[in-house]
Design a protein around this ligand. Structure first.
Ligand SMILES: [Zn+2]
Length: 448
């Protein structure tokens, strides 16, 4: 579904108009480009593409740079107990709930320049936009760089946003260690956090009025449609499962073809079956993938005896995830019988789908309409810090296009004009949230 392309809200209407200014937009685009490109320089020189793993030397350099960008934008910068960098612009009412916006700057190995970074720079850009146009807000606005959004070398992800949402398991901080034996706890201390006080990073419900995150789409939809903004209404959940196929390990040169129990051939069938399940019309918007295959003993002259695979099934409806897994298991039983191999399936991990807040999503749509910017209502197939923030506040997300849908790779690209436009929609939405907080029964409305 697409928004009302080109519709402008009329002057004099009850709706608030943000003074869009094309000259400022050009300036902002240059400002954004320079900051994104500076962060791209903080990359591990040993690896291809852009690598700034959480807690690495490059991450520390990137964090310093972002703190500087925040200070230059007039934000008061601090680091919370989870190592999240927080830049604050006070509101006219100091004790009003906070409007938070942000993302992350850590990358996957050999990733791109825009995942996370676009959202952080756009958030600072949005604050610049609000300040430059003399739009002081009633509510404080905080820009957050969340610690370690991507899976880190300790085996955890979304560390900072989970800490802020109060759902980070404290025991993991001590038990999770990297290859060098450093604990996650120690890594967080290195970036200025304090694992002992990690509870202090948690925000109570009511502390935050709303959370907004701009992010690159990481898929091809917006680029294919030629639409500059995606308004996200939900983040897909995912279920991971482990498939273990046990056949019989035998000599490749002496075991007749008709008596073999080749675990890898059975696994290959299972991979195809999962793909078919993912394409079923009665399971719309399902994404089903096997991205991990371990074959044992993995030798040229041995019939494979055991295969372990990991499934990843996603949908914005939990019911569809469960139905897809169920259908897959039924097919596994048939493969097992037909080929005489044992196949087990165990779900190992689940992340539930998350709905974005309808009030916030509506205000993002209004901001697009007021600016005459075409937008597309869509779901996110990738998880984000917003998934966790949605647990403690009203969350919304703005997507900007990824060229050819490429992400988590060096070719990842988003036009700086699209980020600048997204930053402006972000600023306008912050302004609307601030103005209209009373609609959701929040304070901070001054004398209204
Ligand atoms: Zn990201």
């Amino acid at each position: 579904m697409s928004g009302n392309h080109g519709e402008r809200i009329q002057a004099g209407s009850a709706q608030l108009r943000f003074p869009y200014d094309s000259h400022k937009r050009v300036e902002e685009r240059a400002w954004i480009e320079a900051r994104v490109m500076e962060l791209a320089e903080y990359t591990d020189p040993e690896s291809r593409g852009y690598t700034r793993l959480a807690f690495s030397k490059e991450d520390t350099l990137g964090r310093k740079a972002v703190s500087r960008f925040m200070k230059d934008a007039g934000l008061a910068v601090r680091v919370d107990a989870a190592g999240n960098i927080i830049g604050r612009m006070n509101g006219r009412q100091a004790d009003a709930p906070i409007i938070t916006t942000g993302s992350h700057i850590d990358t996957v190995r050999e990733g791109g320049r825009f995942d996370g970074v676009a959202g952080v720079i756009a958030a600072i850009g949005a604050v610049r936009c609000l300040r430059s146009r003399d739009f002081p807000t009633q509510h404080p606005v905080e820009v957050v760089v969340f610690t370690s959004e991507e899976p880190n070398e300790f085996g955890a992800s979304t560390v900072g946003s989970r800490a802020m949402a109060g759902t980070l398991d404290k025991r993991l901080l001590v038990t999770l260690k990297n290859k060098e034996g450093l604990s996650l706890d120690e890594a967080i201390q290195r970036v200025g956090g304090s694992a002992k006080g990690i509870n202090e990073a948690a925000r109570a419900r009511g502390d935050t009025l709303a959370y907004l995150e701009l992010h690159i789409e990481q898929g091809p939809t917006l680029d294919n449609m030629g639409i500059p903004v995606g308004v996200v209404n939900g983040i897909a959940g995912f279920a991971r499962g482990q498939v273990t196929v046990v056949g019989s390990t035998d000599h490749a040169g002496t075991t007749p073809m008709d008596v073999r129990k080749d675990a890898l051939v059975a696994a290959a069938e299972a991979i195809q079956v999962l793909e078919r399940v993912g394409r079923r019309k009665d399971l719309p918007n399902t994404f089903a993938t096997i991205g991990v295959v371990e074959n044992y003993p993995n030798a040229a002259n041995v019939v494979p005896g055991r295969v372990v695979m990991v499934t990843d099934v996603r949908n914005t409806e939990m019911e569809f995830i469960e139905r897809a897994e169920h259908a897959f298991q039924e097919e596994l039983r048939k493969i097992s019988t037909r080929r005489g191999v044992d196949i087990s399936f165990d779900r190992s991990n689940i992340s539930f789908p998350v709905n974005m807040d309808t009030w916030v999503t509506g205000l993002i749509e209004e901001s697009c309409q007021a600016c005459g910017v075409p937008y597309h209502l869509m779901t996110s197939g990738a998880g984000h810090d917003a998934s966790h923030m949605a647990g403690i506040t009203r969350a919304g997300m703005i997507f900007v296009p990824s060229r050819m849908g490429k992400s988590h790779c060096p070719e990842e690209w988003t036009d700086f004009g699209d980020i600048a436009l997204g930053a402006e929609i972000l600023a306008a939405t912050i302004f609307k949230i601030d103005e209209r907080a009373k609609e959701v029964g929040e304070h901070g409305q001054g004398n209204c």
